[in-house]
Design a protein around this ligand. Structure first.
Ligand SMILES: [Zn+2]
Length: 113
């Protein structure tokens, strides 16, 4: 499922991994990433509303996620991880270790948006 979301570009064919227009997050411009994120959020919220979730629940969850790093600042940040190769702390959301270049293991797909 995440491959569909992470590789989806509005003019691409999400059912074909080899279709032109399907690119990884690192290949997208900031604007393309913004629009992809908007599509993902809107699709997810429309599904959740169909299942009875409310705007109040959404607001409360947004606030909780924002506060997870100890600061309510309208930003979502992710904790640093230890590089599996050199042991350096890698800033949350980075795809590669800033010291040795080893690809990081990201378990939360939202870190890649
Ligand atoms: Zn490293």
């Amino acid at each position: 499922m995440w491959d569909l979301v992470s590789g989806y570009v509005t003019h691409g064919d999400p059912d074909s991994a080899s279709a032109p227009g399907l690119r990884g997050a690192h290949e997208l411009t900031f604007e393309e990433r913004y629009h992809r994120l908007l599509l993902v959020v809107e699709a997810m919220w429309s599904i959740l509303k169909e299942h009875g979730h409310t705007d109040e629940e959404l607001r409360d969850r947004i606030r909780a996620l924002d506060a997870a790093d100890g600061v309510i600042d309208g930003r979502r940040s992710f904790p640093p991880r230890k590089c599996r190769s050199c042991g350096s702390l890698v800033e949350g959301g980075r795809v590669r270790c800033q010291i040795c270049g080893t690809r990081t293991v990201i378990t939360n797909p939202f870190e890649m948006l």
